[in-house]
Design a protein around this ligand. Structure first.
Ligand code: GLN
Length: 304
């Protein structure tokens, strides 16, 4: 497969189509980005690399990191995890409060904000130095020592995180948050602030294309079964109320973030990361989804 040729052809096509998306501004620091940025990076399981555009520029991965915190929590808690968070698509926005009241504080899945807050609480309970231990975990599975949090973005979100504070308080009232709210929120905002390039993102997620083994640390991050299950959760929940649409158009498990990044996994083949900061109405990268739809169409390959 000539990935380089296909990636370049689609990226060039998209340069000439209008971008109807909008940069996220509810986290003030995110709105300072140059919205014309566009990068793609594909890493195969044989460690071959193909890229286009701003693939080596760092951006805020935001909710994409929820897959990494979930992976660590799953490794630590195993099936016990599902007592506190579900695996059903929510069909609602990433920061919605609606279902939480009737679901008595149990979030539908770990990839919406409510679910990621419960996962953060679990990690705070398990880890000795939560922020330090978590970033070391990410560095280890990616083989990239320089991956880090961005305090500027974490602080900006902390100062404007009204909905997340509402979500965590509601869950605390139902007994599904065990630690101090401020400690969990601080961990969560830092988690969302992690910065990576498209190249780093595709490398970091490669363990989900290799059934749980990080090709960089050569260690098992997840069991084969748990790795498949995380992909299943991404397939059904990775794009909130656009998960069906993404599955329909792209046909790969994936995860988006409000920084404009998307990572998609083709198990046993590759991981592809796209970055374009303007988002559609569902909070997912407008051009990122367009790119991936064209990519799986041109390569004539999806998990289906
Ligand atoms: N940090 C963002 C928030 O909690 C993440 C949302 C996202 O990327 N979808 O609102």
């Amino acid at each position: 497969m000539n990935y380089k040729k296909i990636v370049t052809k689609i990226a060039k096509e998209l340069e000439n189509t209008p971008n109807k998306g909008k940069v996220a501004n509810y986290i003030p620091e995110l709105s300072t980005i140059d919205s014309s940025k566009f990068g793609v990076h594909l890493t195969t399981i044989q460690n071959r690399h193909f890229n286009f555009g701003n693939a080596n520029e760092k951006f805020s991965i935001q909710s994409i990191s929820k897959v990494l915190s979930l992976s660590l929590a799953y490794q630590l808690e195993d099936e016990k995890l599902w007592k506190r968070v579900g695996v059903e698509p929510s069909g609602t926005a990433f920061n919605s409060l609606i279902q939480l009241e009737t679901d008595i504080g149990i979030p539908r899945n770990p990839l919406i904000n409510a679910g990621a807050l419960v996962i953060s609480d679990i990690l705070v309970s398990h880890l000795k130095n939560p922020k330090e231990d978590f970033i070391n975990y990410v560095r280890k599975i990616s083989g990239i020592e320089t991956i880090d949090y961005c305090p500027r973005i974490a602080n900006s979100e902390k100062a404007s995180g009204y909905r997340n504070t509402a979500l965590i308080n509601l869950m605390k009232s139902f007994g599904n948050i065990k630690n101090d709210i401020d400690v969990v929120m601080d961990f969560y905002f830092n988690l969302c602030s992690i910065e990576m390039t498209c190249k780093e993102l595709s490398q970091t997620f490669l363990f989900l294309a290799t059934y749980g083994v990080s090709p960089y640390s050569e260690e098992r991050v997840l069991s084969k079964s748990n790795s498949k299950r995380i992909n299943a959760i991404m397939q059904l929940c990775g794009f909130y109320d656009e998960a069906g649409e993404f599955s329909f158009k792209v046909g790969l498990p994936g995860k988006s973030g409000v920084g404009g990044g998307i990572v998609a996994i083709y198990p046993n083949k590759y991981v592809i990361a796209v970055w374009s900061p303007k988002l559609n109405k569902k909070g997912n990268s407008f051009k990122g989804i367009q790119f991936l739809e064209k990519f799986t169409t041109e390569t004539e390959a999806s998990i289906f």
